[in-house]
Design a protein around this ligand. Structure first.
Ligand SMILES: Cc1cc2nc3c(=O)[nH]c(=O)nc-3n(C[C@H](O)[C@H](O)[C@H](O)COP(=O)(O)O)c2cc1C
Length: 376
């Protein structure tokens, strides 16, 4: 390895004492390749075998905690005890080369897909009509009831218990990307007038508390609990950085092990109001106040870009999403001094080049997600 890349391979200790072998994180990446009932598939195991091998921390795809929260075809489920056998295999596969394996626990809320949920029912904080993932037409979401809110919080705890039983090293609470937890925080989605709307942080905090309660009851002291958030919404009436500041300053009081920001560019600036023009990771880092590491992410396709992120004072761990989909040897090529050989463009002419599960290859080819391509 070239000396300049050494900082990427420095270990990092989480607040609970768990040591990560390096600064790389496998981003949570929906692969649409679990079995139709949400159990683990062979294609999924092969994908994680390749992409977990070199990272310090490996995250699963968003995994639904209830059937009502299913938001992707081929989404992994952690909602049922019958998911456990496959989850055990997944944990073993992800951990076999020394990565800490963490399940991203998720509920789609208003973004769940009616063709995947029981009876086509979709519920979010408030009624909304929206189009999501692979839909060609919008769907309606109804208001989730107070009873269902309580059941969903319990379901996040039950999912955590299953993650423990399956042998995972931790869970990441998916509070990002406009899914249920984010929807409760965002004024664009949450227009409730009850306690769950008056206090926008009540739902995420209730989920965090439930997860931590289950970990205390059933997990070891070294079980990892992380939280992922999106700091700013694109919608005019959406979540602003000032509310994110309150959220961050509140959740760092909880015994969490890391905060993970969801960004398409790691050094993206704040768009509006008080913090306009300031780097989001710099603000988050300041607000976290040294309590826990910050995972940065966004458009890292080369070794130099990964290094630039880790050498910045605001990013402790760097997650790689599309970069590690394009080349599962992204990290090992840096390690062996062959970083110039990293594949950083999608090749639509070759179904075999990126070693992707077939359904994910099709989605990337159909440009579901923006991606550098050889034909553009
Ligand atoms: C194919 C694909 C699937 C994704 N699935 C998830 C997911 O399950 N959970 C999540 O929090 N983010 C998901 N994301 C967002 C990524 O984790 C990441 O934030 C985003 O791709 C930016 O990072 P990158 O530039 O390294 O790709 C997904 C992104 C892509 C491209």
């Amino acid at each position: 390895m070239k000396k300049q890349f050494e900082p990427l391979f420095e270990p990092l200790e989480l607040p609970n004492g768990v040591k990560l072998k390096n600064r790389f994180v496998l981003a949570p990446l929906t692969h649409s390749s679990s079995n139709d009932d949400g159990t683990t598939s062979t294609a999924e195991l092969e994908h994680f075998d390749k992409r977990s091998k070199d990272v310090g921390l490996a995250l699963t795809a968003a995994s639904n905690v209830t059937d009502l929260g299913k938001a992707f075809p081929g989404q992994p489920s952690i909602a049922h005890d019958s998911d456990l056998d496959g989850l055990k295999q997944l944990a073993t596969t992800m951990k076999q080369n020394g990565a800490k394996a963490v399940v991203q626990i998720h509920h789609g809320g208003a973004q769940s897909l009616p063709y995947l949920t029981p009876g086509g029912d979709v519920a979010g904080p408030s009624p909304i009509t929206m189009q999501s993932f692979d839909e060609s037409e919008p769907h309606d979401a109804r208001e989730i009831t107070q009873t269902e809110i309580a059941e969903t919080i319990t379901a996040f705890g039950e999912a955590t218990k299953r993650a423990i039983d399956a042998g995972f090293d931790g869970v990441e609470i998916h509070g990002a990307n406009h899914y249920l937890i984010h929807q409760f925080v965002s004024p664009h989605y949450n227009k409730r007038t009850d306690e769950w709307g008056k206090d926008r942080l009540k739902f995420p905090l209730a989920v965090i508390d439930e997860v931590l309660k289950v970990v205390k009851a059933y997990g070891n002291d070294d079980f990892i609990v992380g939280y992922r958030l999106s700091p700013e919404d694109p919608e005019e009436d959406g979540l602003k950085m000032e509310l994110t500041e309150t959220l961050v300053k509140t959740i760092i009081e909880k015994p969490l092990d890391y905060l993970h920001v969801s960004l398409m560019h790691v050094f993206a600036d704040t768009k509006e109001e008080k913090y306009k023009g300031q780097e989001k990771v710099a603000l988050l880092h300041e607000w976290i106040d040294g309590r826990m590491p910050l995972i940065g992410i966004g458009s890292v396709f080369t070794a130099g870009e990964a290094l630039e992120a880790i050498n910045s004072p605001n990013v402790d761990l760097i997650a790689i999403g599309r970069g590690i989909l394009l080349d599962y040897n992204f990290i090992s090529k840096i390690k062996s001094g062959n970083e110039d050989e990293i594949i950083s463009e999608f090749d639509p002419n070759r179904t075999d080049k990126h070693h992707l599960p077939p359904k994910l290859w099709e989605q990337l080819n159909a440009q579901f997600y923006p991606l550098p391509r050889v034909d553009k």
